[in-house]
Design a protein around this ligand. Structure first.
Ligand code: ADP
Ligand code: ZN
Ligand code: ZN
Length: 793
């Protein structure tokens, strides 16, 4: 604990979390996350709670100018003088201790000297984002009496009375032109009170015109009835094709819950999709809708957290971290687009999957959970279908482990205890498979035309757009319709290479090639690393052989937009990717512009796939489907199917029929065929046996331990040592160790990455030291992550 806090003021975290201040079983949930993801409990608490709830107070240093004798500063040491200078220039005359120390070398010493002389003082303060925001309100509490009041005072009180007897202090001051002292006098006479009120930091979401529940289709009504009849913990897979009205089912399932004074939690993949979705919820439930995600400011998160805890009936819509929303009367959880990879935290511990946490949570509080998707994850599919007696075609993955011997036997006698393996079944519950097989109003799913780009080239078309796509784009303009163009990559091109010597321009800090970016005509041409953000100017000649024949390969959003402008100067284009949506609110602005018809074509990446519901969109073009397929990990096929199906699903959601043009160099690939025929079954029947054969999820589990360091030798040695330690004890074949091996991109930002992969049977967990303890085993220079059930490898 910080030295300046008296010990009796420190409360055990467990005491705080279990004291009526948190919903029932909240602590159990956090403990579960901690165990399953091998993460120290405190770190889980930090993930779940808003920062403001944990930072109680900060030590601040304030200047005492009156205590400093003139001219006395000249004999101070350098660091003390620098601190004085900082404080003298500070607007408020103070800074946090931490800030000063980070700014001045040897700051601690300097501070001590200044404190000893009494020229500065130190005090504790709760940071603003960790306090409720207060505002002063003035309330009229007595009849206006002409006798003991001046005419001016009567006038002020009359203004207050006309405004309903209550106003914010600043509003009253403005309206009445009164001074604060006048109001104080009125308070002393007992006519008014001036009190602090907590106000919520502005959560600036526009109000929505109210709308009413729609008359459900037969399939929707069946689904809703099943959901309404659920008692306690149950898992529902709502498998509905794109545009089949899943969201309407959620809305109508939530309505009775709010009426009963209870709350619901709706988790969505990404904030890019949230404005449209939250608008729909607000139109239905008004102010009962509350948005919670990590893009809120700390103050906003703190306020929303307190609002959720208050227990009023509400719907919380949020991204991954909202799975920890502290709703005391939570009685339904919805995970929309449950297959989406953004539900998994990958870069920080705990590496939790919001779907897992949501399932545990539903079990702990005994409520139903709905998993909705047009392209369910294989995990959910197997869970729900197997329970229903519709086992997938693959074999169950237990017992069929072939183990490769570990080349690195234990090297130390002080190995931590590892390797005991336990059952860890997913929560057991009744499971329901509900299907919405048709689009609303029996609108057809858009036909998908697969264009073979090799054929195009053979017939002399060298453009990145096939003839079909060109024709469709021309029609778009003629018929005043709207379209979406999906490109797998942002930026301009994926790499720059010399046609003379084959040299590829790479990042000096990472083992990857640089992408070419050219934001607008007047901006400089640059090469950028998508991993470490390294930037250099674009060379005119090859750095290796000086030839002028540098060529761009692969197309990103920028290049496509550029080509479009050349070919169709009239076409109004909006680029929608992480380059153009950096600022807060830009998602909403761009999507609103597009929905209002201010552009003909939305050109973007992955972001487009998430739930966009714009009825005028008739054309969807997929510029190159292959970029996705060629990603190396075992989920590439699944991800391709999901992404392409979701993108295709943006077309034809309104009255006008849609059309999808999918360009590829692999037209025969089974995934492309499955997308073409909108055939989830055929995708799943090809994919499951392949997973089963290699014991990949959902038939087996993976745990990825990744080590990185600036020192390439130390990281390799640490990886080998850990792999030895992690070897199952005795001749225990309970799990398999793959590696250690260099990561697929071995060097990023000058750090070297190695990894160890544990492969274990499904529904098992293995005892491992938690990640802090594992890190202790490695040299200081080596950092470590444990990714449980990794999705990118
Ligand atoms: P999904 O979430 O399955 O992609 P949505 O819920 O977004 O589908 O529904 C697609 C469109 O159909 C939306 O514009 C929605 O308002 C509309 N819709 C949904 N259910 C109905 C219904 N029963 N009657 C009429 N329109 C509906
Ligand atoms: Zn060259
Ligand atoms: Zn780099």
């Amino acid at each position: 604990p910080p030295a300046n806090i008296a010990i009796e003021k420190i409360r055990d975290v467990e005491e705080v979390v279990t004291s009526g201040f948190f919903p029932t079983n909240y602590w159990e949930l956090l403990k579960k996350v901690s165990t399953y993801y091998y993460t120290p409990l405190m770190q889980v608490v930090r993930t779940a709670l808003p920062p403001g709830l944990l930072t109680r107070s900060q030590r601040r240093i304030r200047l005492k100018p009156e205590a400093i004798p003139p001219g006395a500063t000249s004999f101070l040491n350098l660091s003390a003088r620098q601190i004085l200078e900082l404080l003298q220039n500070a607007k408020t005359g103070d800074y946090t201790w931490q800030y000063l120390q980070s700014k001045v070398r040897g700051g601690k010493q300097g501070l001590r000297e200044l404190l000893k002389r009494g020229w500065v003082e130190s005090y504790l303060e709760t940071p603003r984002h960790a306090q409720p925001k207060q505002k002063q309100a003035v309330t009229l509490i007595a009849e206006i009496d002409q006798i003991d009041l001046t005419p001016r005072q009567v006038e002020i009180l009359s203004i207050l009375q006309r405004q309903g007897g209550e106003l914010w202090l600043n509003e009253l001051l403005q309206l009445s032109k009164a001074s604060a002292t006048t109001l104080k006098a009125l308070e002393q006479k007992g006519y008014i009170t001036i009190q602090n009120r907590e106000i919520l930091r502005s959560l600036s979401e526009p109000e929505q015109a109210p709308d009413r529940a729609k008359v459900l289709t037969v399939e929707q009504a069946t689904a809703l009835e099943t959901i309404n009849n659920l008692q306690g913990f149950a898992q529902v897979l709502l498998h509905g094709v794109t545009g089949s009205g899943k969201t309407e089912v959620y809305l109508q399932a939530i309505a009775p819950i709010l009426e009963q004074g209870k709350s619901a939690l709706v988790l969505v993949p990404e904030i890019g999709l949230t404005p449209q979705l939250t608008d729909r919820f607000r139109a239905r439930f008004g102010s009962k809708v509350c948005v919670y995600h990590s893009a809120l400011s700390e103050g906003e998160r703190y306020d929303t957290w307190r609002q959720m805890l208050a227990g009023e009936p509400q719907v919380v819509i949020g991204t991954r971290s909202a799975v920890f929303a502290p709703l005391p009367k939570l009685s339904l959880i919805v995970l929309d687009e449950e297959h989406d990879s953004s539900f998994k935290q990958t870069s920080r511990t705990p590496t939790y999957h919001a779907r897992n946490v949501a399932l545990w949570r539903a079990e702990l509080i005994n409520c139903p959970i709905i998993l909705g998707s047009a392209t369910p994850s294989l995990e959910t599919w197997i869970e729900v279908r197997a329970a229903e007696g519709h086992r997938g075609t693959g074999a169950q993955g237990q017992g069929s482990f072939s183990l490769t011997p570990n080349p690195y036997p234990p090297t130390s006698s002080q190995s931590p205890v590892v390797g005991a393996i336990h059952e860890s079944p997913l929560p057991q519950s009744p499971k329901y498979y509900l299907s919405l097989s048709e689009r609303i109003q029996s609108r057809p799913l858009p036909p998908v035309e697969v264009v073979d780009m090799r054929q195009e080239l053979r017939q002399g078309n060298k453009s990145i757009f096939s003839r079909s796509l060109q024709e469709a784009l021309e029609q778009l303009q003629e018929q005043r319709k709207q379209g979406i163009l999906f490109i797998h990559r942002r930026g301009h091109s994926t790499f720059v290479s010399c046609r003379s010597c084959g040299y590829v321009i790479e990042c000096p800090n990472c083992d990857v090639s640089l992408s070419y970016h050219h934001i607008e005509e007047r901006a400089p041409e640059i090469l950028r690393c998508h991993y470490c953000n390294f930037i250099r100017s674009h060379p005119e000649n090859c750095p290796e052989c000086s030839s002028p024949y540098l060529k761009f390969f692969g197309s990103g959003t920028q290049k496509v937009a550029e080509e479009l402008r050349k070919l169709y100067p009239e076409l109004r284009i909006i680029r929608f990717d992480s380059d153009t949506t950096r600022t807060k609110g830009s998602h909403r602005t761009l999507l609103t512009q597009f929905a209002n018809g201010e552009a003909d074509l939305l050109v973007g990446t992955q972001m487009l796939t998430k739930g966009l519901d714009i009825s005028q969109v008739t054309l969807v073009g997929i510029v190159a489907a292959d970029g996705l397929l060629h990603l190396s990990d075992y989920r590439a096929t699944e991800r391709t199917f999901q992404t392409l199906t979701q993108v295709a699903g943006r077309a034809g959601r309104g009255d006008d029929p849609g059309q999808v043009i999918l360009q590829t160099y692999n037209p025969e690939h089974s995934v492309i065929q499955a997308v073409k025929t909108h055939n989830f079954q055929s995708f799943i029947q090809t994919e499951l046996p392949q997973r089963a054969e290699l014991n990949y999820p959902p038939y087996g589990r993976l745990i990825l331990i990744q080590l990185n360091s600036m020192n390439s030798v130390e990281v390799q040695e640490a990886a080998q040592m850990l792999a030895g330690w992690l070897r199952p004890p005795g001749n225990n074949n309970s799990y398999e160790i793959l590696g250690p091996a260099p990561a697929s991109i071995m060097r990023i930002a000058n750090r070297f990455y190695w990894q160890i992969l544990l492969k274990l049977p499904a529904n098992r967990i293995v005892d491992l030291p938690n990640f802090n303890d594992l890190r202790e085993l490695c040299p200081k220079s080596v950092s470590l992550t444990i990714d449980v059930d990794p999705i990118n490898m």
